[in-house]
Design a protein around this ligand. Structure first.
Ligand code: ADP
Ligand code: MG
Length: 271
């Protein structure tokens, strides 16, 4: 009896990651593109089960930092990353770490919806299939359905799963991309300006979805819209010229920033 309880507690501790609720921890992260330095000693703790927004003027390094968190910068030959990033205290730049596994744990949604030129079903089934997550067709069907449900898209597509994903509206395509990310069971979801190609109604739907998803995932969203950051995030980090100037509770950042640069940005003086 005691053993069962102990292992339950251990499992729970593992699930919770670190004891202070931090999911992603970055320490002194620097990024260089060739000789050009794009990020300067970025240090931040990003909590689990909440939405963190990265804001700041264009070119300040938001996407660059986001791409550090699933090692997407590895795919840019001139790009070099130094410093440390951990997820649940595990160093994601450890040479023994499997990057394919990492990218399943840390999903990504891009600015422009980019469904594969395949059916709605196949867009979602692809990841689980290559990661061997389903033993049978019924299991795969179940993953596809629950992922589409989690992405608030199931009701709209359940009768046309074999239609091409690219035939959906922009907003539906973006939710399909979110379903595709969710299907492999990620812990962290990175979103790089996920609504910038969407109309206001589709944007509202995706924002509502982000609000739902935060119950189960650590979500990090880059947005050029301060209104969006204020609507969807619990914490906000302000970047300027490659420096993480200030990070804190979203409400504090927008109503009571401590740094002049943050103040100037949120009052529209630049950016
Ligand atoms: N692939 C790349 N090669 C060279 N420089 C890049 C590349 N990606 C981004 N940069 C540079 O890094 C800086 C930060 O860019 P980025 O992270 O895209 O900013 P943001 O997402 O905040 O607009 C910019 O000066 C940009 O020109
Ligand atoms: Mg960007």
């Amino acid at each position: 009896m005691l053993n069962v309880q102990t292992s339950e507690i251990e499992n729970r501790a593992v699930k919770l990651g670190t004891t202070d609720g931090t999911k992603v921890h970055a320490k002194d992260v620097n990024v260089y593109y060739g000789d050009k330095r794009a990020l300067f000693d970025v240090t931040v703790n990003i909590p689990d089960r909440s939405v963190t927004a990265f804001i700041g003027p264009s070119g300040c390094g938001k996407s660059t930092f986001l791409r550090c968190i699933n090692r997407m910068n590895d795919t840019i030959p001139i790009c070099r990353v130094t410093g440390k990033i951990t997820i649940d205290n595990e160093d994601i730049y450890d040479p023994s770490l499997d990057v394919v596994q990492l990218r399943a744990r840390v999903g990504m949604v891009f600015q422009k919806p980019n469904p594969f030129p395949k059916s709605i079903y196949e867009n979602v089934a692809y990841g689980p299939r290559i990661h061997g997550l389903a033993g049978t067709k019924a299991e795969l069907d179940h993953i596809v359905q629950t992922s589409l449900e989690k992405a608030a898209l199931w009701k709209e597509v359940k009768d046309r799963l074999n239609d091409p994903g690219t035939g959906l509206s922009g907003g539906q395509q973006q939710r399909l991309c979110i379903a595709r990310a969710v299907a492999v069971g990620p812990e962290v979801i990175l979103m790089d300006e996920p609504c910038s190609a969407l109309d206001p109604i589709a944007t509202a739907k995706v924002e509502e979805l982000i609000d739902e998803l935060k119950q189960n995932f650590c979500i990090i969203i880059v947005t050029h819209s301060m209104q969006q950051a204020a609507r969807v995030s619990q914490r906000t980090a302000f970047f300027h010229l490659g420096i993480l100037v200030e990070e804190g509770a979203t409400n504090d950042i927008f109503t009571n920033p401590t740094d002049k640069r943050t103040q100037d940005y949120i009052t529209g003086r630049f950016g």
